[in-house]
Design a protein around this ligand. Sequence first.
Ligand code: PGA
Length: 244
Amino acid sequence: MNLLRFDSESAWIRTVCSVWRDRLRTTPDLKICLPAGTTPAGIYAEMSRSARAGLVSFERARVFALDEFGGLDPDDPGRTRHTLHRQLIDAIDQPPTVFHFLDPDHPDLAQECRDYDAAIGEGFDLMLLGIGLNGHLGMNEPGSPVDGSTRRVELEGTTIQSSARYFAHQNLPHWGLTVGMKTVLASKEVWVLANGAAKAGIIQQTVRGDISSANPASLLRRHPNCSLFVDAAAGALLDTPGRL
Ligand code: PGA
């Protein structure tokens, strides 16, 4: 796992976007998996500006949503699909023609999940991930199997509570659909993004603690091409930058 730590949130955003633009230039049909959540909002805003300025194009990229909340109104703005539309897809002139998302209202969820895995294939060229306070990746909560595929999952209490920020109501989702750890670990390149002091503890555990499915993010220390991008606040409890 490579650790990249930045003095400021703006430097963290600038660097993530610079490398992401480079990946899209090198591989215009990049197969990318994207999270919603608060972490990547500034990164998506900067990438949207880059696309509008003609510095990068998403037109040929193949974009997949990482997860989706269940039990909500289909139009709920807090759904992953709508957040990604608002923050990135609808904010660029030439949006990706391919945007896959999970439908939690599908009458056969097992089939919906199998179809999603079939559309993804072996893994992504690039996965962007936030990290939960409990180390979850997407909705792969602690204890998720390393060979888990896309599936329905129940959310932990801390995850439900933190999701309150995404919704303008109190009907918080207690389940969702998520791409599984098998696909995370099979992806060619994985970036874990973390900003803010609230993430300092879980970042320290992820980097220095045991490698165990009790902290799904720690499993990425065995991934051959995973980078952890942290700002100063999220990286405050780490000592040595570099390869871990
Ligand atoms: P956040 O969520 O980006 O809103 O902090 C991250 C996560 O729970 O995966």
